[in-house]
Design a protein around this ligand. Sequence first.
Ligand SMILES: Cc1ncc(COP(=O)(O)O)c(C=O)c1O
Length: 372
Amino acid sequence: MKINVFELERIQSMYENKVAYNFTETGVYPYTLKELFSPEELEELLSQRLGYGHTNGDPGLREAIARLYPRAEAGNVLVTNGSAEANFIAIWSLLEPGDELVLMLPNYMQIWGLTHSFGARVRPFHLIEEMNWGPSLEQLKEQVNPRTKMIAVCNPNNPTGAVLSEIEMRWVFKLAEQVGAWVYADEVYRGAELDGNETPSFYGHSDYKKVIVSGGFSKAYGLPGIRLGWLVGPFDAIARCWGYRDYTTISTGIVSQWVAQRVLQPEIREKVLNRNRARLKDNLNVLQQWIGKYKGLFSFIPPRAGALAFIKHHLPIKSREFVTRLRVERDVFVIDGDCFGMEGYLRIGFGMEKEYLKAGLARIEEFLKDIT
Ligand SMILES: Cc1ncc(COP(=O)(O)O)c(C=O)c1O
């Protein structure tokens, strides 16, 4: 099967570990095991037997994940290798060639690429910058039709950090219900809200039951290295997804599941998310002050959630040339809007350590002097 290149991931994979300042990171600065757990707990981790375990996820972990959603229980949960695998399995199992998927754009382009590769059609609806990155409901209504198999959103959104309002969520449910389509929400940024108000999940939020959502530990929790994510949906859909997962990775790692289950204990979860939100707020402040110095060059709607700033630029060069030269000449790596089909934008991750952020911004500043 031919696939579309996942440009964003390919470009990141090529350079993220080679540059001095990697601003393409999409989550919060990761934890170490030592920061998370006491020596006694780590002893317990060391004595874990490294079998396959439960291939759909440890029952205790699935229960802990279910508690994050209204009216969910362990049977509604499939534990996956990152939310990337969750997205893959959901799209692979729910879409057939010829189906149509109505997709929020801009977006993490995984679902876009997979849908094309599986022979289904993508009909986009856009988040509009002039509407504070709110969705064009007109366009959403136009795109939904009887062939629509799924409406897929990324909420909170990568790359804009926008969060759908209650009314906008209601529209998604209503339009999906009119044609019997799935609502699919990639909610991996849930928990990374800068104001601390957790984004409501699409799962369990309406009487409409054809809803499936993905989540994971890589963004809000600052734990991308455990590669742990999940799907939450109706029993039969989750059982079907489990069958598809038999063909991908069979199960998730025992060590990762051990970490995940403990991090979801309410007091640890709160501590982890609070630390991460505090970092995001602090760093966003630094970034906004920096952008403020360049009013003519950049305009920016701050994210409501997440660790990403999607910035419009008015530079004398194209975004792709900017990021390539910035990387080669100043060793700082950011993502250009082209990766989202949006020339004229730059995406800067700001979830890292504050001094690192400041030092990288200083280098971008030097580069700006060279080109303006
Ligand atoms: C919106 C979104 N979904 C899914 C993923 C995949 O993340 P992971 O598999 O690390 O959970 C990413 C990664 O950047 C993302 O931004």
